[in-house]
Design a protein around this ligand. Structure first.
Ligand code: SF4
Length: 802
């Protein structure tokens, strides 16, 4: 299909398009036209990825000054999916245009996934792969080999790249991970470095958030991306947490021990080098006098570490005198580590700001702030000078150096929390020093400063206005789309009480009350009786899940569920969970049916799709609030209140609801899919407005205060309806548009400059071919709801009569 949005020709690789996809693309185009940022919430399973790609690629090809598209997603499977969609799109464009455009699209992931070296690629641990690779590819390894060191062997896949034109390591086209591995295998060249080096020469790069948001990686990988790139963060509902994690460091006694060991072996190396090649150290000293920018010239693409935060102006400054000499720097680091060790010997929790930490540090050790700021750069430079390749031994030291730089760079937005015991009831000290970033906007600021257009999007990113506040940026468009459907394919409902009318809730005071636990159990039994195939249950935490499962066991509830479905449980161990998921899928496919018990915020809730028979119903047991006694969370809440005027309760509620929405969205992965979404906690009644618009609007008022038996009746009716064969013709013009529908819509909205803001209007306009005003729409909805309630009452009567 080909159509225009304003003057932009869009090639759409399918014969039909969903109305919301069209509106979504209109909004993205508007954002790109004005050169600003946007937040868009697009319902799960409505083809967000292909809409994003079609529009941005069309825009890039039409306005070549938009040089690059940087598409960031969360998981490897999502990145792979985007690459496959892109490949399909470019094939379609070529067939429509009659020629193949000059276009290169690549995806980047870690070495572990892209390595071809026979001795390295089978390593399970990513850090080991990185280290082994560095040992065969760094400039140091090459120099050692040239000097006659026979213990060194270089990676031929890496070496072969040097024989190729640097801007043409791989032909034009779109390469999925499999393609790039295959190409590397055939041409004996390293896929990882091929992609890394070709990033500057491709039209679109698809990779994980961390390559852009984590300054330690971004500086190394994404530095050369041009400023006029279009940046997309897909699945961005957790973007604030990614930003915070990127700048937070946890230090334990063990990491300090390993850091001391690392410092000692560095000192020994320095002595060795002094004995054999004293000039090397003298040269290093001279360069550092000139400033880090001069010193930087010597770095190769595989430098040991990047600085987490060093501002640009510092790079041109001379490195402070007391850490210029290698041995002085090591002594400095050791002093800092010893200081941290003494700080760990406490029996009470301590929470302090970076400023007070630095003051105490200076009073006790005379360590000043300025040399601390240079620590991570200085360490990186020293490792290069000493030509070290086994840098895994120095990871703990690297962490300490990064901490030193961060703590001395930021006065606000961070907190230090020292916890002597792992849990409140522990008696054996196991201290942890959390250096926690509280301000998500710090890590993402360079992205907003550098790139003109940033698109933040997800299936569940409500409430939209929370993100600009937390991340401190302006938007030109914030929009949440509804899902156009010809028949209701998902049934969201709020269950507030059991059949005995006792309220159900995971509120702390009553969550372990036997009647509440029993009612939750009965809800599970009833839904396992009627749900075909897969049923997914989410709990607010592992702790609660464990306690409720053991009570259910003693109440005989699990035995009852067992009659209808297999029961599988998510655990913190990812391998165990993977096995449980596999069994779950087998049971769903072979007709036995299964229940998967999982936790919100866990791996399953974020990354696993339960489409079609794998998830016909999702039960959200309780509101998934964070553990509010966590000191780190308390500090963040205080920071948000004081700096961004976000109240504690607002943030906690927003955070709980975004995770609840993620869990609900797991079972609906397309318009041909169907499922029931049960929110089982009476507190959801008040919080439903914080759900994504497409879910909230689908909750009928009659379904907001149900007891277990009422919920069962509604669910049975829904499943019966969905069991009727659907007529694809009913979808025409309502939930799918042909080209004629698109053109008709464009014609209707031409005069009023509409490009797709109101999300209901277009569907209605096309479906009924008349324009209804809002009052009339509300009236119609009321009637629909009344009819629905009446129908249900009749059903109850009928059931009662029999
Ligand atoms: S250069 Fe490439 S193929 Fe060689 S070890 Fe490193 S990642 Fe593996």
């Amino acid at each position: 299909m080909k159509f225009f949005i304003d003057d932009l020709p869009v090639l759409w690789p399918y014969p039909k398009i969903y109305p919301e996809q069209y509106q979504y693309m209109c909004d993205i185009k508007k954002t790109l036209d004005v050169g600003g940022n946007c937040i868009l919430e697009m319902p799960s399973g409505t083809g967000k990825t292909i809409s994003l790609l079609s529009l941005t690629v069309a825009y890039q090809q039409h306005y070549p000054e938009k040089r690059k598209i940087i598409y960031c997603s969360r998981t490897m499977s999502e990145i792979e999916k985007a690459l496959a969609e892109l490949k399909n799109l470019m094939k379609f464009r070529a067939s429509e245009l009659g020629f193949t455009e000059e276009f290169r699209g690549l995806g980047l992931t870690s070495r572990k996934n892209l390595c071809l070296h026979p001795k390295v690629r089978h390593e399970k641990n990513g850090n080991v792969v990185d280290e082994k690779c560095r040992a065969m590819t760094s400039g140091v390894a090459r120099r050692k080999l040239e000097a006659g060191d026979e213990s060194i062997s270089l990676c031929e896949y890496h070496e072969n790249l040097n024989d190729l034109e640097p801007h043409d390591l791989i032909p034009q086209g779109v390469f999925t991970f499999d393609d790039v591995l295959k190409y590397g295998q055939e041409h004996k060249q390293c896929p990882y470095f091929t992609v890394r080096r070709m990033m500057a020469f491709c039209n679109i790069i698809i990779y994980s958030y961390h390559y852009l948001l984590d300054p330690k990686i971004a500086d190394r990988v994404s530095k050369e991306l041009s400023k006029d790139s279009i940046v997309i963060f897909d699945e961005a509902h957790n973007i604030d947490n990614v930003c915070i994690e990127a700048l937070s460091v946890d230090i334990t006694e063990d990491s300090l021990r390993r850091a001391s060991k690392g410092a000692n072996s560095l000192a020994k190396k320095i002595d060795d080098v002094r004995a054999t090649d004293a000039d090397k150290l003298q040269n290093e000293y001279q360069k550092l006098v000139e400033g880090l920018r001069e010193a930087e010239v010597a770095r190769d693409e595989e430098q040991f570490m990047s600085n987490p935060v060093l501002p640009d102006d510092l790079l041109s400054e001379a490195v402070p005198g007391n850490i210029r000499r290698a041995e002085h720097f090591i002594a400095f680091l050791k002093r800092f580590i010893e200081y941290l060790k003494t700080r760990m010997r406490v029996l009470n929790v301590i929470s302090e700001t970076p400023t007070s930490f630095l003051k105490h540090l200076r009073e006790l050790t005379f360590i000043e702030r300025k040399p601390l700021r240079f620590c991570s750069e200085r360490l990186s430079y020293l490792v290069n000078t000493l030509e070290l390749t086994e840098i895994e031994d120095f990871t703990a030291l690297k962490e300490i150096a990064a901490f030193a730089t961060l703590v001395s760079t930021y006065e606000t937005g961070f907190v230090l929390i020292l916890e002597p015991f792992e849990t409140e009831r522990s008696t054996v000290p196991n201290p942890v020093l959390h250096f926690t970033c509280l301000d998500a906007s710090i890590a993402i600021k360079p992205v907003f400063d550098r790139f003109k257009s940033v698109i933040i999007t997800s299936g569940t990113i409500s409430p939209l206005d929370m993100y600009p506040k937390m991340l401190n940026f302006d938007t030109v468009i914030q929009e949440s789309y509804t899902m156009s459907l010809d028949r209701k394919t998902f049934l969201p409902m709020i269950v507030t009480k059991g059949s005995d009318q006792v309220a159900i809730s995971s509120r702390f005071e009553i969550r372990n009350d036997p009647s509440v636990v029993r009612n939750y159990g009965n809800l599970l039994i009833e839904f396992s009786k009627i749900t075909p195939d897969g049923l997914v249950v989410f709990f607010p935490s592992y702790l609660y899940m464990e306690s409720i499962i053991s009570t259910w066991q003693s109440m005989g509830i699990l035995d009852e569920v067992w009659k209808y479905k297999l029961i599988l449980v998510e655990t913190p161990d990812s391998q165990e969970t993977a096995l449980a998921l596999e069994t779950y899928r087998t049971a769903c496919s072979n007709g036995r049916g299964a229940v998967m018990l999982c936790v919100a915020r866990g791996k399953v809730s974020e990354g696993i799709d339960f489409d079609h028979q794998y998830g016909r119903c999702v039960l959200m047991i309780g509101v998934p609030f964070q553990y509010t006694e966590s000191r780190i969370l308390k500090a963040r809440l205080e920071f948000l209140r004081e700096n961004y005027h976000i109240r504690e309760n607002d943030f906690l509620s927003f955070d709980a609801m975004r995770h609840a929405a993620q869990c609900l969205g797991r079972v609906l992965r397309g318009k041909d899919d169907y499922g029931i979404m049960v929110l089982a906690d009476r507190r959801f009644v008040k919080k439903r407005n914080q759900l994504p618009k497409w879910i909230n609007q689908a909750i009928l008022d009659a379904d907001t205060n149900l007891s277990t038996d009422m919920a069962m009746a509604a669910a049975k009716k829904f499943l019966r309806n969905l069991a009727q064969p659907a007529n694809p013709a009913d979808q025409e013009g309502v939930s799918v548009w042909s080209l004629d529908d698109v053109l008709r819509f464009q014609e209707q909205t031409k005069g009023i400059g509409y490009t797709g803001h109101s999300t209901d209007a277009p569907t209605e306009a096309i479906a009924r071919d008349t324009t209804k005003d809002q009052d009339e729409m509300d009236y119609l909805l009321d009637i629909e709801q009344t009819l629905y309630e009446e129908a249900r009452d009749m059903e109850y009567t009928a059931v009662g009569a029999t």
